[in-house]
Write a protein that binds this ligand. Structure first.
Ligand code: CUA
Length: 163
């Protein structure tokens, strides 16, 4: 059987792109840790306000855990509670977040913090904030007319800095 020259090229091209895509997928999944939300922590999104820890949103200093702070975050159209987050630089932080209505995003621009918040699920991320600065938090899931207005701020502050 003879395969036409151009057909051979296309076979090589097709197989080649497939391999390239699989490599990209593999690197982002296993090296960069990109993966769909696989949260097994399920809550009733209709009464988030009454369920611990979401009955007390905010930044909480914790003792005796593997991290220094817990950020309990509730999203709803079109805002986050707490509205602003302030953490001392170098702290290990556990973000615990959920939504009261539709799917929202919680992306801290310029970091690897990027959570998808789904109704009925709790999303978590443990990370160390080791670069001081003011970071913008954006909702990166289209959630309605106010989507573009849904943002917040993460301040990673140096306690020795007096301003
Ligand atoms: Cu919330 Cu887009």
């Amino acid at each position: 059987m003879e395969i036409h020259k151009y057909e051979k090229w296309w076979l090589v091209f097709g197989t080649g792109t497939l391999i390239v895509f699989l490599i990209i997928l593999g690197v982002s999944a296993f090296h960069s840790g990109t993966h769909p939300n696989n949260s097994k922590w399920i809550i009733n999104y209709e009464n988030v306000d009454e369920i611990e820890p979401f009955n007390n949103p905010g930044v909480h200093k914790v003792e005796g855990k593997d991290w220094d702070y817990e950020v309990v975050l509730v999203a709803q159209a079109f805002a986050y509670n707490p509205m602003e987050i302030e953490i001392p630089v170098g702290s290990k932080v556990r973000f615990i977040a959920t939504t009261k209505d539709v799917i929202h995003g919680f992306e801290v621009a310029g970091t690897n913090i990027n959570l998808m918040l789904e109704p009925g699920y709790v999303s978590e991320k443990i990370t160390t904030l080791d670069k001081a600065g003011t970071y913008t938090i954006v909702c990166n899931e289209y959630c309605g007319t106010g989507h573009a207005l849904m943002y917040s701020t993460l301040k990673v502050v140096d306690p020795d800095d007096n301003n």
